[in-house]
Every structure is written in C-alpha cells, then in structure tokens.
Write a protein that binds this ligand. Structure first.
Ligand SMILES: O=c1ccn([C@@H]2O[C@H](COP(=O)(O)O)[C@@H](O)[C@H]2O)c(=O)[nH]1
Length: 285
C-alpha cells in the first residue's frame, strides 16, 4: 500500500472502535502463558501463540498490540514471528499497534521510524508506541514518517506503573508537569484533526487521579488514549471511568494477560475479548 492510499491512523482507529468497541488486546507471550497453552518457550512457541491470538481475534477487536519484548526475547526468529503478526493484521484489516516504546536521539529515531513506520518494512504495523523521555522533539522523524504513511504514534504520557510518576510528575522549568508538556505537544500535532488525530498518548487505566494532579488535559489532546492496565494490573470499568472522565470517547482500553489467560481455545479467547470489550464500552460510553 502506498503512503497516499492509507487514511490517517486516527480516522481508521475511530472507525474500528465504532465497529468493534474500544478494546485493544495485547499479544504478550509470557513464558508462563506459553506453558499454560502447552507451547514451548522458544520462537516457534511464540509464533504459534501469536498466530492463535490473531486467528481468534482478527477482525473482531479494534486493535491488537504485540509486545515486542516478548518476541525479541527469542532473537531473530522471534522478531520474524512479530513480522508475521504484522502481516496477518494487514491481510485481515486488523489494526496492529506495535508496542516497542522506541525513543532515541533524532538521528537514531530516524532509523527506528524506518523500521516501524515505513511502507514496506515488515515490522511496520499501524501504530507504534514511543517514549518522549529523550525529549519530545527527538521523536520528530517518527512524527513525520507516521504522518506521511498514515500511521499513528502512542506517546508515553502517564504510564500504568507507579515508578513512572517520578519522571512524569516532575516539573519542567515552565512549572508544568512533564506529562502535561508531553500531552500539550501531542495536542498541537492533532490540532484540527477530525474525528481523531493520529498522535495518541499512553495513559494507564491504573493512574487514578494522576491526570488531574499532573495538570494533563486529556480531552484537549484530540487523539486516541491507549489505556493499558485493564485486567491483570487491576483496572476495570470503574477505573476507566475515573481516569478518563470527559475524554472517555477517545480511549482505547488495553488488556493482555486478562484476555490471553482464557486461551488457547479460540472460542474462549473470543469470549474473553468480547466480555472485556463490553465492559470497556459500558465504562466509556
Ligand atoms: O504504561 C504502560 C505502557 C505499556 N504497557 C504494556 O501493556 C501491556 C500490559 O499487559 P497486561 O498483561 O494487560 O498487564 C504490556 O505489554 C506492557 O508492557 C503497560 O502495561 N503500561
């Protein structure tokens, strides 16, 4: 597909959430899950695990989110399995958010952008998670290539782990929190986009009142809000409603182990994802 043929990620995601509900299912082949599914803890096990999730959920959820670390753990054969997930997403029209949390100095960021956001790259899904903690401006090459290719970014803002607070709640020289500064930069990139911009944020469903405490204006971002932490990390419908308030229409709730533990049976995976999607939809409508 050429860069001009693909509609912007934000528009495609909004359509997918309307069709399937606001749920992204993470593909995290933990060693313990591989054992539970009767699979070996090697690249072939990871491949079979990930392709089973795709068989169960492709075309049935708004997005899937393979966690690159669990594929990289098995070297080049593991990365090849991640490429297969990306290919199945493309073939089935299922949005793939590659959760690789890339972020580096600008010149190196250009190479990451080519790997994860360039047309024709086998690792390029529909969106990539990125870290702004080498400076938001250092993400420039990814921002540019995502825009050119109709792909999206999810920029870490308020992460679901408590350790993130020491960085994200710190104050910049302007007196605003680091998280608020990140959100403002994303909002500027999404200005005027309709229905949703393509530069999203990662805001954990576990963060409670942190958006308010850090002065992050989620509703103003005008981009998707990827909310990991649903399920295994303890967040559910009440937490989603509390964290996102008036920004709830922008939220793509994300659950990995909470759904994956239902496998390997395809019907059971579908039922678990369906239940999680219904719960998220009820909380976010
Ligand atoms: O703030 C963040 C950012 C990313 N993640 C990732 O999401 C999944 C969560 O998995 P669960 O099994 O649903 O807990 C995992 O890949 C994390 O790296 C996050 O949890 N928090």
């Amino acid at each position: 597909m050429t860069a001009t043929a693909r509609r912007p990620f934000g528009a495609r995601l909004a359509e997918a959430m309307d069709a399937h509900g606001p749920l992204c299912v993470g593909i995290d082949p933990h060693a313990s899950l591989l054992a539970d599914w009767g699979l070996p803890d090697d690249a072939e096990g990871v491949r079979r695990f990930a392709l089973r999730v795709m068989e169960a959920l492709a075309g049935r959820v708004a997005a899937v989110k393979p966690q690159a670390a669990f594929f990289e753990r098995h070297g080049s054969a593991g990365v090849a399995a991640l490429e297969e997930v990306v290919a199945v997403g493309l073939q089935t029209g299922t949005l793939v958010v590659v959760d690789a949390k890339r972020g580096d100095i600008g010149s190196t960021m250009g190479a990451y952008a080519e790997a994860y956001l360039r047309d024709g790259s086998p690792l390029a899904g529909d969106a990539l998670t990125v870290s702004p903690y080498l400076g938001f401006g250092a993400l420039g090459p990814a921002v540019d290539l995502a825009r050119e290719s109709g792909r999206g970014l999810f920029v870490l803002c308020l992460t679901s782990n408590t350790e993130g607070r020491e960085v994200q709640h710190a104050r910049t020289s302007d007196g605003v929190s680091v998280a608020a500064a990140v959100a403002a930069r994303a909002a500027a990139l999404n200005a005027g986009a309709d229905p949703l911009g393509s530069v999203g944020l990662v805001v954990g469903a576990t963060v409670g009142d942190d958006a308010r405490l850090a002065g992050v204006d989620l509703a103003h971002v005008n981009g998707p809000l990827l909310a990991p932490g649903v399920g295994a990390q303890g967040a559910g419908a009440p937490e989603l409603a509390r964290v996102f308030g008036s920004a709830r229409r922008q939220v793509l709730a994300s659950s990995s182990r909470g759904v994956l533990r239902a496998g390997p049976d395809v019907s059971a995976l579908r039922a678990a994802a369906g239940a999680a999607a219904s719960e998220a939809a009820a909380a976010l409508r």
